[in-house]
Design a binder for this molecule. Structure first.
Ligand code: LLP
Length: 417
């Protein structure tokens, strides 16, 4: 359940009319509901309360400091994939002992930073990475806690760009090779083998692939035990899907129920890395209609937000519902909602049945709280949009709109030019 609802003709976020924020802040902007973020986190976390677990929110979904601080105060851990995400998590007050670090391309600088920060564990994705972590830990005088990320070769049946658990994907170590890697890892002086990790993909709308992956990981940990390698943590990643349009994903309690059932009385502490299911429906992108035009039979509604602000429709042909910020009477039209960027791939929605919007009308692009702002860019020298957080009857700008000066602040023109 989320907190973006109509009261009369006006779309509200919690107790604040979205139109009021649009008038005060200007558009486009991202808008998040604190209550929704808290409720989604709590629903997920309590669904696993019958087993030892850590909910490590996946920072890449929405890495705003204010958002991370909300989760920190709920006792969350985090899943990170870069030094920058570790920095953000620590700044927001996440406990380092609840940070897990995934990703296929950790650099030695990032590894050193993670060791210095005393994170919970590295989810190691290759033999060479294991060797590098051992080496950097040696130089830093630290012992690195690691899990090996296993690729279980399971089809998550999601968009190919966000499917990660098949052998053809770049992630993790093949399950066939994993035992040898663990044997190598336990020999290393600077390595503390503490867990196993797995993440098969994102926006999954069925529990079966999760359960199949867990079964494979469990079988594998049994094999490890028979070789005298005993683990403390089993990290099953993230990936639970949400409703953008007509998807009907399992709710967190059904998902947790299926995982807990398959887990049985396995002694490990379970780690989960949900991102989208927490943040996705806790945020929207608000934009204003600039122009309307017709090209033959086709209607275009040109708005002030574009693919640089929300790339999901262009990149994955993802569906995001478009709603009026103020309901309009009268007939609907079929239209493409497009942005000002100079690419035909710049659209937020295509062939959509929408109210007959006029210039000046505000629209809400729904379900944009995850992988919205975090994937935004300055393409076409467009300043990044602000992020606003509603808390009950109040709202707060949690990231300012970038200025033209921000756009060039890191640029240097060599003197001789
Ligand atoms: N853990 C790992 C290791 C991951 O790679 C991811 C997402 C997650 C957890 C969180 O997954 P979630 O619960 O949010 O599904 N940009 C794409 C999604 C990319 C997901 C990448 N990894 C999108 O906009 O759909």
């Amino acid at each position: 359940m989320h907190e973006f609802k109509y009261k009369g003709d006006d779309l509200y976020c919690e107790d604040v009319p979205v139109q009021k924020i649009a008038c005060d802040t200007g558009t486009p902007f991202y808008l998040y509901s604190k209550k929704t973020l808290e409720n989604h986190f709590a629903a997920f976390d309590t669904a696993f309360s019958s087993v030892k677990h850590i909910t490590c929110y996946s920072v890449k979904a929405n890495s705003s400091l204010a958002v991370l601080k909300i989760f920190a105060s709920l006792g969350a851990g985090v899943d990170v994939v870069s030094g920058g995400e570790i920095f953000r998590a620590l700044r927001a007050g996440i406990s380092p002992g609840k940070i897990v670090y995934s990703g296929v391309g950790k650099s030695s600088t990032e590894i050193e930073y993670a060791l210095k920060s005393e994170i919970l564990m590295f989810n190691v994705e290759s033999s060479q990475e294991l060797d590098l972590i051992d080496c950097v830990a040696g130089k830093s005088g630290k012992k690195a806690r690691i899990a090996l990320r296993i690729n279980p070769d399971i089809d998550p049946k999601t968009h190919p760009y966000i499917s990660t658990g098949l052998n053809k994907n770049k992630f993790g170590v093949r399950i066939e090779d994993a035992l040898n890697e663990y044997k190598r890892a336990v020999q290393k002086k600077q390595i503390d083998v503490t867990g196993v990790a797995c993440h098969i993909g994102s926006q999954l709308t069925d529990v079966t692939p999760f359960v199949d992956a867990l079964r494979k990981v469990k079988e594998f940990t049994g094999e490890l035990s028979s070789h005298g390698i005993h683990l403390k943590y089993m990290d099953m990643g993230g990936g639970l899907g949400i409703t953008y349009g007509d998807e009907m994903p399992p709710d967190p309690s059904d998902y947790a129920g299926a995982i807990i059932k398959e887990l049985g009385n396995h002694g490990c502490t379970l780690i989960l890395e949900p991102g989208r299911v927490i943040a996705g429906n806790a945020g929207i992108l608000v934009s204003t209609v600039l122009y309307k035009k017709k090209s033959g039979a086709k209607n275009f509604i040109i708005v002030d937000a574009a693919m640089n602000d929300l790339v999901r429709p262009s990149l994955y042909e993802a569906y995001h519902e478009i709603k009026p910020v103020r309901k309009k009477q009268g007939p609907h039209i079929a239209a493409d909602i497009v942005g000002p960027i100079c690419e035909s791939g710049d659209f937020l929605a295509r062939q959509r049945d929408v109210p007959d919007f006029m210039p000046g009308d505000c629209i809400a692009v729904m379900s944009a709280g995850a992988y919205g702002f975090t994937m935004s860019s300055n393409y076409n020298s467009r300043p990044r949009v602000p992020e606003v957080l509603v808390d009950g009857q109040r709202y707060f700008v949690i990231r300012k709109r970038e200025t033209y000066d921000d756009l060039i602040s890191n640029e240097i023109i060599p003197e001789h030019i």
